[in-house]
Ligand binder design. Structure first.
Ligand code: RP5
Length: 168
């Protein structure tokens, strides 16, 4: 009879996939959001936390957002940061497709009618059962710091390889 140590790990199969992906997935709704999200990239780089950046609009490419959200955890992503301006549906839509924690970053936009309040309201009004964290307006750096804190907890998902510490 097998001891617990000898039972093959089903999760070990997933570990092989997980090696391929970065720990943090950063999404922005438009190319025009690149400058605003840059502080998150810099913060993750400073902390040595692997990440990827994708431009995916919840309104212009909803299938792309669905595919990203559905596959991110399998690729090893552990936290998603999603920044968008105006009618900022992106954090909420990606959260609908993943069990990973999603941090929304409301962004100001030159086209915004409400100076960023519109994106704040879009992100903080998620319905019960589909949580999205919301950092400050244009708070990309805070989103990265929060992602690092979540990763440092290490629980919930298998294979949190190279788990970062809270040291910047
Ligand atoms: C949002 O609309 C984007 O996240 C961006 O902040 C804003 C304007 O997008 P573009 O018209 O510049 O592509 O969806």
């Amino acid at each position: 009879m097998s001891t617990p140590e000898e039972v093959p790990s089903v999760l070990g199969v997933l570990d092989e996939f997980e090696e391929a992906g970065p720990l943090v997935g950063i999404l922005i709704g438009s190319d025009s959001d690149r400058d605003a999200i840059e502080p998150a990239i810099e913060e993750l780089n400073d902390r040595g936390i692997s990440h990827e950046l994708r431009v995916l609009s919840a309104h212009r490419d909803p299938r792309g957002v669905a595919e990203y959200g559905s596959t991110a955890a399998l690729r090893g992503v552990r936290v998603i940061i999603a920044g968008a301006g105006m009618s900022a549906a992106l954090p909420g839509v990606v959260a609908a497709y993943t069990e990973l924690p999603v941090i929304g970053v409301p962004l100001t936009s030159s086209k915004s009618a409400l100076g960023g309040l519109d994106s704040i309201l879009a992100i903080v009004q998620m319905p019960p059962g589909v949580p999205v964290a919301c950092v400050s307006l244009d708070g990309a750096r805070n989103a990265a710091i929060l992602a690092a804190k979540i990763l440092a907890q290490g629980g919930g998902y298998p294979g949190t390889r190279g788990r970062p510490t809270l040291e910047a």
